[in-house]
Design a binder for this molecule. Structure first.
Ligand code: PBG
Length: 319
């Protein structure tokens, strides 16, 4: 250790959003730090921070997120609190994180990745293929909407927002016949039974970094850096290096129709990526295999290939 351990008198302040999933993730980070350093729960303080995304999502509950915000919508205030020293670490869903961090902050601690697949949720069908012709599907994710439109152009897509309970009620009320959620979120909330099926990556390639939790800190805070190093999961780091380099080289965010998944096979990394037109009329997919430590280069290289293959107007959906 390069500094004093947190104590009940000087607790490590963990910044997080206040949603049930965000809190579950903050508690998982805290529990892993407690176990790794033999610390009591009182040595940690969970600080809930309200973000622009939370506020606007409430005001405009039915508007697509892509219309009301941009990159970092759910992370800006948390990163400000971290930079200003009001919290010591920030726990994030890596899927929602921009590919670059503000000056002075580092994000190099990842917890072991949860299930990276999407979940199919529906009271009327056991899988996508069983949905009746023309069925209504709710999703606010540009990626999932584009992927679904590519496979099933007959389906009607509608915006779907709110927490898991709200979405389940909409399904019960018949507002839509099906929706999608991340398996990781359901698992962390103890709601895995809600999934009718987990969708494999061959059927629906997940979002970059789906299922991964990252912990951010101040670059100058060496003591916290040492504390976090003990709980960092290196395989998750290697997978995310590939996926996030792919996303960064496409200048994408979690609100663009881009999918990417890297897995480790033996000592090797296998990265698959795809970019879609929002209406699903065109999908460009590719893959790379390489050394586990070469993820960043593999991701950038795959992005280069897809960019080169994309027609001139392919990226017009980006503002
Ligand atoms: N963009 C929202 C978001 N960010 C992270 C998760 C789930 C947990 C994860 O992927 O790690 C979700 C909800 C969802 O997609 O169902």
């Amino acid at each position: 250790m390069t500094g004093p351990l947190p104590t009940p008198d000087r607790p490590l302040r963990i910044g997080t959003r206040g949603s049930p999933l965000a809190l579950a993730q903050a508690h998982e980070a805290r529990d892993r730090l407690m176990a790794a350093h033999d610390l009591p729960e009182a040595a940690f303080e969970v600080v809930v921070i309200h973000t622009t995304g939370d506020n606007r999502a409430m005001i405009a509950a039915d508007r697509a997120l892509k219309e009301i915000g941009n990159k970092g919508l759910f992370t800006k205030e948390i990163e400000e609190a971290l930079g200003a020293g009001r919290i010591d670490i920030a726990v994030h869903s890596m899927k929602d994180m921009p590919t670059e961090q503000p000056a002075g902050l580092v994000l190099d601690c990842y917890l072991p990745r949860e299930d990276d697949r999407d979940a199919f949720v529906s009271p009327v069908a056991a899988r996508i293929a069983d949905l009746p012709q023309g069925a209504v599907v709710g999703s606010s994710s540009l990626r999932r909407r584009a992927q679904l439109a590519a496979r099933r152009p007959d389906l009607r897509l509608v915006e779907f927002r709110g927490n898991v309970q709200t979405r389940m009620r909409k399904l019960e009320d018949g507002v839509a016949a099906a929706t999608f959620l991340a398996m990781a979120g359901l698992n962390r909330l103890g709601l895995a039974h809600i999934a009718r099926a987990a969708i494999g990556p061959e059927e629906m390639l997940p979002a970059v970094a789906q299922g991964a939790i990252g912990i951010e800190r101040r670059a100058t805070d060496a003591a916290t850096g040492a504390l976090l190093a003990a709980i960092h999961d290196a395989p998750t780091g290697q997978r995310l290096a590939a996926e996030r380099a792919f996303l960064a080289a496409l200048d994408g965010s979690c609100e663009t129709p881009i999918a990417g998944l890297a897995v480790l096979e033996g000592g090797d990394l296998w990265l698959r990526g795809e970019i879609l037109r929002p209406d699903g009329s065109q999908v460009l997919a590719g893959e790379r295999r390489g050394l586990a430590g070469d993820g960043a280069a593999l991701g950038a290289d795959l992005a280069r290939e897809l960019r080169a293959r994309a027609p001139a107007d392919f990226f017009d959906w980006r503002s």
